[in-house]
Design a protein around this ligand. Structure first.
Ligand code: TXD
Length: 319
């Protein structure tokens, strides 16, 4: 059986890390595509030279032409500009919308059967625009944010409870970052929900609220520290988990930005919800009952995504 093909559109910080992870996990052969000349080729060569040491047989290629992504099984899109300190996610809108147009057309022309994972910010609007520009089926285009947001939440919770991250599950909904909605009742340590853990004296509501807040501004905290870019290790790991679920038909239930058609009372919008990812892409959208607070927060999140989509339509009338 021929190897799977993974196209990474954008060979910057996340793109390079994606290539490293995909190669180490031998998910398939990898094409790093970027508009910058030399960058994808340099990273591909450097990574290829680590293969004898690491013992992986994935082939890596750097490219500046969309022809090289031909027949990719998965495309992971990080192309665009990253957030700089002081810059809001929405400031990125205009530039990255133009990038989504080019990328969407490139994927439509060369890898129309691929499973597409968008990472570029502002995520919920960019994945919507990328789907529109590419014309691919909605179940084959998703956005990565929830896996990262819940990983951040899980990390902070594991620290708070002093338990293994492996035993912490976190449940988040809604848009990326500031408007993320953690559902505390469904976030657990080995199945014990957080409200019960609070009752057991493992933490307090105030401390959990502070963790939620830190998670929401998790991206900004890293931007502030790095000063020259945004997070890339955890975002790359998160997208690889999604790609792996598709490539291996694992049917993992992961929080992702998915196209809603009435679920959660939302129509024709990409919002972060739990989905099952398998060989057919989005195989199921999981609709859970929300309590009043979660519902109210979710609605705020949906409104924020709606506003961004309206802004996109203002910039790009073809949408
Ligand atoms: O949770 C999430 N979704 C995110 C999103 C978490 C962290 C960062 N997130 C966003 O990912 C971030 O705000 C950016 O929009 C993307 C990519 O972040 P990265 O850190 O990888 O940015 P880089 O290093 O600037 O890389 C972007 C690359 C760079 O090499 C450009 O030359 C290239 O994109 N680029 C393009 N490639 C192809 N085609 C076009 N048109 C293009 N324009 C720029």
């Amino acid at each position: 059986m021929a190897r799977k093909k993974i196209a990474l559109i954008g060979a910057g910080m996340i793109g390079g890390t994606l290539a490293h992870l995909a190669a180490m996990k031998e998910l398939g052969d990898i094409v790093l595509f970027d508009v910058a000349e030399g960058l994808p080729q340099g990273k591909a060569l450097d990574l290829s030279q680590s293969s004898p040491v690491e013992g992986f047989d994935s082939k890596l290629k750097g490219a500046n032409s969309y022809e090289d992504i031909t027949d990719a099984d998965v495309c992971i899109v990080t192309a665009g500009i990253a957030r700089k300190p002081g810059m809001s996610r929405d400031d990125l809108l205009k530039t990255n919308l133009g990038v989504m147009k080019a990328v969407g057309e490139g994927i439509a022309a060369h890898a129309p059967n691929s499973f597409v994972i968008c990472i570029t910010n502002p995520l919920d609007a960019m994945v919507w625009a990328l789907r529109e520009f590419s014309g691919l089926p909605h179940q084959k285009v998703v956005g990565m944010a929830g896996v990262l947001d819940s990983a951040r939440f899980q990390h902070f919770l594991a620290e708070e409870f002093d338990v293994s991250v492996q035993d912490v599950t976190a449940f988040v909904l809604g848009g990326h970052g500031d408007t993320m909605v953690p559902v505390i009742e469904y976030s657990t340590v080995a199945g014990i929900p957080i409200p019960d853990l609070i009752k057991m004296g493992w933490s307090t509501q105030e401390r959990i609220d502070a963790i939620v807040q830190r998670t929401r501004s998790g991206g900004g905290e890293i931007v502030g520290l790095l000063k020259t870019g945004s997070a890339y290790y955890a975002p790359a790991s998160s997208a690889i988990a999604m790609a792996e679920s598709f490539l291996k038909d694992k049917k993992r239930l992961l929080p992702c930005a998915a196209h809603l058609t009435g679920q959660y009372g939302v129509d024709n919008l990409y919002v972060g919800v739990p989905i099952v990812i398998g060989a057919n892409g989005v195989e199921r959208i999981v609709e859970i009952e929300l309590n009043e607070t979660a519902r109210a927060n979710f609605d705020v999140s949906v409104e924020a995504v709606k506003e961004l989509v309206v802004a996109c339509k203002g910039i790009e009338p073809a949408l």
